[in-house]
Structure formats: structure tokens, C-alpha cells
Design a protein around this ligand. Structure first.
Ligand code: GMT
Length: 376
């Protein structure tokens, strides 16, 4: 069955935009017609496909409005595209504003437009606590035809926080294994001034406070006292100034590389020995999966969906939030034991293929769409 699927996502750098875009690309490869509806071109939509279309939402600034009406412009664009292109299904990523805009668009075009909403985390774990928004999020969820979340932890958190009645299914995130695989990028070590005897640790995030990047730096400081090592910090965001200051204060300037936002992450993972993600909130942690697909063992906090991605003692280690000593100790265990490192690297690769394989996950979404279209 060939479907016409609309995908609404945040196009900028971020796991939800990445997953939505990769999903669209893989669905297109399976023969479906994909229509991205977004405020700018999703950054991973970096290749031309005959059956992928992009519809830009533009917001006019009229002097009568104090704020530009983005949500209304989005709803109106969804309705326009759904009607003209005869969309079967609309898959929106994030409950607000996307699910709510989709519901409004459906009222404009008719009930045959089916809505699938995927919860990615921030809509629940941050905005769900805001009483001025929680009823709206609940409305978006309950009015969707099918709701998915990227981890069991996020499903449970949604039930606890919003008291929704709607069934929510877990559909895990995935990566494109053709892109995320170990590559020969040894030349990068030389370019970044990393010696052969040095171990490489990597952290990738948007440097929001919830990512606890200072914990990564503090743990690295303890590790660095024991073995020669370098830390790659990839990404940028609000905490960058704090992190830079801490690196200076701890005397780590020569051993930390600030790489900013990067695209060829698979090459950076390919020269890394361990990945660190020490967040206080994380519904899944897509960057862990990216690293695992390149054979990198991971250290993460026992928070949110992270324990569903890292299998403790098998593909890496889980640590208590804020326990820097435990992070350093577990990281050193991996870095100082080649057998353990090889074992965990292989287990990480196997987990990506067995539990999170892209074909398996895309199939789950496809089955959801088909079940809805068959209902009509
Ligand atoms: O983590 C962020 O700050 C970005 C956010 C997003 O919108 O991409 O990430 C959320 O969605 C990702 C994809 O499902 C998940 O891998 C991240 O864990 C989740 N972030 C949080 O829950 C904080």
C-alpha cells in the first residue's frame, strides 16, 4: 500500500527533527510519498528524492499582532497541503504545538485525515509541568488517532504527569546504520592533536542545562588524573560559557577540544573510545544510539529512557545522576581493560541491530499508518 504521509517536525538540530527526517527518508525509500511541513528545510534532508516534498510554513508579521501567529500559520499550511496532496496520514513530532495544530487542520479538512503524534520528551518532561500548557498537551494527545513515545519511561511519565486516558505505544528511536558505522577516520586524531597513547572521550549535545555538561568535564578531570586522555565536546548551546570557564578552572584547556556543531558525527565517534551522556532529563538519548552504532561503549545516567538504551554492564555503564566519582570509575574500567572495551563495543553494535534496527522501527510506524488508513 502506497501512502501519502505528511510529517511535521522541528527542522533544526535536535533528536526529534533527526528522527522525523530519517523516518521520512526511509519511508520514501519504501515507496511512500512524503510531505515535510516545517518552518525551514529539515537539516538532514540533504539529498534529492523524487517522492519527498517540502512545504515551508511562513509567518507574516502584521502590525495588529503582538506576536507572529506561527501556530495558526502551521495549522493552515497543514490543511492546505493535506487537501491538495490528499494526505492519508499526518505524523507530527511533539504534542505542542504540532499535535494541536494538526487537530485544528483536521477540523478544516475532515476526519479522514489521520493523526499520529510522537512524544519526544521535552513536551512532557518540561512543558508538562507548566499548568498553563498541560491541558493543551493532554488535548493534543487525546485528540490524536494514535500516540507513540520514544521510550517506556516517557510513556509512564506522560501517564503520571498528565493523567491521559489515551493508550500510548513505545516506538524506539533509530539511526540509519548505513551512515552510523565505524569509519576509518584516524587522520582526525592527528588533526585534533590527539596522541596515539591517549584515550578519547566524547560528549554530544545542545548544551542545555539538563544535559549537565559540567558533570562531564568534572568526571573527565578525574579520569585525566589517571590516564592520558582527550575530551571532545561537540555541539553548542546556553551552557557553553559555564563549561568553558570550568575547563579553564580545572586546568584542562590542553585536553578538551570544543568542536561546536558538527555534521559528520560518525567520524568523530569512530575515533572515540567512550561516550558520556550525564543528563538529568532524557527521554531516549539518540546520541547514545549513534555512538553505539559506531561501536562506542556508553556511560549514562540512570534517568528517563537512558536505561532502555544502555544495558548496564553490557553496552556501557549506568551511573547515579551527579555522581562524578562513579562516572570516572566506570569510564576508567572500560578504558583500562581492552577486553571489556571490545566486549562492550561488540554488544553495542549487536544491540543497535537487534533492538533498534531502522527497518524494524520504520516497519512499526508503517503498520500504525496502515491500521489507521484501513479504518477509513
Ligand atoms: O534533548 C534535547 O534537548 C532535544 C530534544 C529534541 O527535541 O530533539 O530531544 C528529545 O528527543 C530526542 C529524540 O526522540 C531524544 O533522544 C531526547 O532524549 C529528547 N530530549 C529530552 O528528553 C531532554
Amino acid at each position: 500500500m502506497r501512502l501519502k504521509i505528511g510529517i511535521v517536525c522541528y527542522p533544526t538540530v535536535g533528536g526529534s527533527g533527526v528522527v522525523a527526517t530519517e523516518l521520512g527518508k526511509l519511508l520514501a525509500e519504501k515507496g511512500h510519498e512524503i510531505h515535510f511541513i516545517s518552518s525551514s528545510m529539515p537539516f538532514r534532508l540533504n539529498k534529492l528524492y523524487g517522492n519527498i516534498y517540502y512545504h515551508e510554513v511562513s509567518v507574516n508579521q502584521y502590525s495588529v499582532f503582538q506576536y507572529p501567529p506561527y501556530d495558526l500559520a502551521l495549522a493552515s499550511k497543514i490543511a492546505e497541503v493535506a487537501k491538495r496532496e490528499k494526505l492519508d496520514v499526518l505524523h507530527v513530532h511533539y504534542a505542542i504545538p504540532h499535535a494541536v495544530c494538526a487537530v485544528l487542520a483536521r477540523q478544516m479538512v475532515g476526519e479522514h485525515l489521520k493523526i499520529v503524534t510522537t512524544l519526544h520528551g521535552t513536551d512532557i518532561t518540561v512543558l508538562g509541568y507548566d499548568p498553563s500548557l498541560s491541558d493543551m498537551i493532554k488535548f493534543g494527545i487525546e485528540q490524536s488517532d494514535i500516540v507513540t513515545a520514544v521510550s517506556n519511561a516517557l510513556v509512564n511519565q506522560t501517564y503520571e504527569l498528565l493523567d491521559v486516558q489515551k493508550p500510548i505505544r513505545t516506538v524506539y528511536n533509530f539511526v540509519d546504520e548505513r551512515v552510523y558505522r565505524k569509519k576509518n577516520a584516524a587522520h582526525l586524531k592527528e588533526e585534533y592533536g590527539i596522541r596515539e597513547d591517549e584515550k578519547v572521550l566524547i560528549h554530544v549535545s545542545n548544551f542545555r542545562r539538563v544535559k549537565r555538561v559540567p558533570d562531564v568535564v568534572r568526571a573527565f578531570s578525574l579520569i585525566r588524573k589517571q590516564i592520558p586522555a582527550k575530551l571532545l565536546l561537540v555541539g553548542d548551546g546556553p551552557e557553553m560559557i559555564v563549561v568553558c570557564r570550568l575547563v579553564r578552572q580545572l586546568g584542562l584547556t590542553d585536553d578538551v577540544r570544543f568542536l561546536g556543531k558538527q555534521e559528520k558525527l560518525e567520524e568523530l565517534y569512530s575515533i572515540s573510545d567512550v561516550k558520556l551522556l550525564l543528563s538529568e532529563k532524557e527521554s531516549f538519548g539518540l546520541v547514545l544510539l549513534e555512538a553505539m552504532a559506531c561501536g562506542v561503549p556508553c556511560i549514562g545516567t540512570s534517568i528517563g529512557g537512558i536505561p532502555e538504551v544502555i544495558e548496564d554492564g553490557e553496552t556501557g555503564f549506568l551511573c547515579e545522576l551527579g555522581n562524578i566519582e562513579e562516572v570516572a570509575e566506570n569510564t576508567l574500567r572500560i578504558l583500562m581493560d581492552d577486553h571489556l572495551h571490545t566486549y562492550m563495543a561488540e554488544r553495542a553494535l549487536r544491540t543497535v541491530y537487534e533492538k533498534f534496527h531502522s527497518q524494524q522501527i520504520v516497519q512499526q510506524y508503517e503498520d500504525i499508518y496502515i491500521s489507521l488508513v484501513k479504518e477509513v
